[in-house]
Design a protein around this ligand. Structure first.
Ligand SMILES: *Cc1c(COP(=O)(O)O)cnc(C)c1O
Length: 456
C-alpha cells in the first residue's frame, strides 16, 4: 500500500512513513494511491478494525502485531462493544463513541495511533517528541494515547484558565515521565502559533525529531472508518449517518466507508454557529469567517483541513489543481468549487444543518425529557440536525463526547449534573502536574529541548 500527497509533489510513501510524518513535505495530506475494498466483518469490533486497517497498512506491519496493537488499544474502553448503538427514537440511533479513556471519540483513533507510533519507532530504534496545542479534547486524548509509549515524549500546550476543569485534569493528572502538560499564559491561538513556530524552526525540529498527532494524520482517519462499518452492519437497509463535525475528519471517514462499500445511504453534517461546512454543503459557499465560541467547543473551527482529501478526489486526483485552489482559499478566504463538480460529489451524498447554542440546549433538554438520556452538546447538534432533516430509513447519530465532559451545558439544559464514569470518579481529587510558561517562543522551545529524550 502506497500513499500520495493531495498536492501532488511530495514523494510517495508507505504507511509507516505516512504515520510518522503527518503532513506531506509539499504541505498536502497523504491518501492511499487507490482505495481498497472493505474486507468482510470480523466477530467483534477489534477484529473488524484489524482487517480494515490491514488493507491500509499493507506489508508495513504484520497481521499478528497489528491485531495485538488493536486489541490492546480497545481493551482500554469501558464498553465491551467499544462503540455501541443505542436507539433513542423510532428511526434514530446514537452510536456512543465516548467509552474510551478520555470520554471523547478521538480515543477511538488515538489509542491505536499512539501504539502504532511506539511500534514503528521501536523497530527503527528511533524516538520522537510530539508537540501539540489544545483547547481541551485533543490534548487529553493524545496524552492518554502515548502515556505508556517508551519512544515518545509529548508536550501539550493549553491556554491557562481557559479549558474546563475536567479537560485540564485529564492532561495534568497523568503521572508518566514522558508526559508534559504546559499551561501557557495566553489564548489557544497563542498556543497554536507557538507550535507552528516550533515546527518552522528546522534546528529544533531535527534535534527533537518533532512530530504531531493532529486530525490530519492519515492513521486517525483510517481508524475512524471502522465504527461506520460496524454500525452500518446493524441495519438491513443502508443507514444515514449524522456527524457533528468541525475539521471534516470524522465525516471524511464516513465518506471513505461509504465509497469503499459500507452500507451507508447519506451523510448529514451537523455544525454549530461555526457553520462553514453547512454553508458549503447547502449553498456551495465555503468562505471563512471569525471563529465564535460555542457550547460545542470541539467544533469551533473555520477551516476544515481534512476537506482537502475530498477536494483531491473531486479534482480527479489532480494535485496541482488542488494546491492552486487551496492557495486561493488562503489568500481570498473563499474556496471556489465548480458547480458541476459540486453536483457530482457533494449534493448526492452530503447534507447539513446548523444549530446555535440555544437550539443545542433545547435539544439536550428535549432528549432528556423524551428518553431519559443525557447527551453532550456536540451530540445534541447531531440529534437535532437528524430530526430537522427527516429521512425515510434509520439514522445513526455519532455521539462524540460523554455528557460528563461538558457538565455545565448539560446541567444548564436539564438541571442535572452528569457524573463521571466510576473509573474517572476520583479525577477531581488526583494531584496535578503542569509547567507554567509565558507565551514566549524561546521559553517554550527551551522547555521542549529540556524534556525531549531524542539525542541528535
Ligand atoms: C474533535 C471533536 C469533534 C469534531 O471532530 P472533527 O474530526 O473535527 O470532525 C466533535 N465532537 C467532539 C466531542 C470532539 O472532541
Amino acid at each position: 500500500m502506497r500513499y500520495v500527497s493531495t498536492r501532488g509533489t511530495a514523494p510517495e510513501l508507505g504507511f509507516s512513513d505516512v504515520l510518522l510524518s503527518g503532513l506531506a513535505s509539499d504541505g498536502g495530506l497523504y491518501v492511499p494511491t487507490e482505495w481498497p475494498t472493505l474486507p468482510a466483518a470480523g466477530d467483534d469490533y477489534s477484529s473488524t478494525a484489524t482487517s480494515i486497517m490491514a488493507t491500509y497498512i499493507g506489508d508495513d506491519i504484520s497481521a499478528e502485531v497489528l491485531e495485538a496493537i488493536v486489541r490492546d488499544a480497545y481493551a482500554t474502553f469501558r464498553h465491551p462493544e467499544v462503540a455501541p448503538l443505542v436507539q433513542i427514537e423510532d428511526d434514530l440511533w446514537i452510536q456512543e463513541l465516548f467509552h474510551g479513556p478520555t470520554l471523547a471519540f478521538k480515543d477511538l483513533a488515538l489509542q491505536v495511533v499512539g501504539r502504532l507510533f511506539d511500534h514503528v519507532l521501536a523497530e527503527r530504534s528511533d524516538r520522537v517528541t510530539i508537540i501539540g496545542a489544545t483547547s481541551g479534547d485533543t490534548g487529553s486524548a493524545a496524552i492518554d494515547a502515548v502515556k505508556s509509549c517508551d519512544n515518545v515524549d509529548i508536550v501539550i500546550l493549553y491556554p491557562r484558565g481557559r479549558t474546563s476543569d475536567v479537560q485540564r485534569r485529564q492532561m495534568t493528572t497523568v503521572d508518566s515521565p514522558n508526559v508534559h502538560a504546559v499551561a501557557v499564559d495566553g489564548t489557544f491561538d497563542d498556543c497554536q502559533d507557538l507550535v507552528k513556530a516550533m515546527f518552522a524552526d528546522e534546528q529544533l525540529r531535527r534535534d527533537c525529531n518533532l512530530s504531531a498527532v493532529n486530525s490530519i494524520n492519515w492513521a486517525r482517519v483510517m481508524a475512524q472508518i471502522v465504527y461506520y462499518v460496524t454500525a452500518s452492519q446493524a441495519f438491513a437497509e443502508p443507514a444515514r449517518f449524522c456527524v457533528p463535525t468541525g475539521n471534516f475528519g470524522n465525516v471524511l471517514a464516513g465518506w471513505i466507508a461509504k465509497s469503499t462499500g459500507a452500507s451507508i445511504d447519506h451523510l448529514l453534517i451537523a455544525s454549530n454557529a461555526n457553520d462553514i461546512l453547512a454553508r458549503f454543503v447547502n449553498d456551495r459557499d465555503m468562505s471563512a469567517t471569525e471563529v465564535v465560541p460555542t457550547l460545542s467547543p470541539s467544533m469551533d473551527i473555520q477551516v476544515s483541513s481534512n476537506f482537502e482529501r475530498l477536494l483531491f478526489e473531486m479534482n480527479n486526483r489532480n494535485g496541482a489543481r488542488t494546491a492552486e485552489q487551496l492557495q486561493h482559499f488562503r489568500s481570498s478566504g473563499a474556496l471556489e468549487v465548480e458547480e458541476a463538480n459540486f453536483r457530482t460529489w457533494i449534493s448526492p451524498t452530503f447534507s447539513a444543518e446548523r444549530l446555535d447554542d440555544e437550539e443545542t440546549l433545547a435539544e439536550i433538554s428535549r432528549v432528556y425529557r423524551d428518553s431519559g438520556m443525557l447527551i453532550d452538546p456536540h451530540t445534541a447538534t447531531g440529534t437535532a440536525a437528524a430530526r430537522r432533516s427527516r429521512s425515510n430509513g434509520a439514522t445513526v447519530c455519532l455521539s462524540t463526547a460523554h455528557p460528563a465532559k461538558f457538565p455545565d451545558a448539560v446541567e444548564k439544559a436539564t438541571g442535572i449534573r452528569p457524573e463521571l464514569p466510576p473509573e474517572l470518579g476520583d479525577l477531581m481529587e488526583r494531584s496535578e502536574r503542569m509547567t507554567d510558561l509565558p507565551a514566549d517562543l524561546g521559553a517554550v522551545s527551551d522547555f521542549v529541548r529540556g524534556v525531549s529524550r531524542v539525542s541528535r
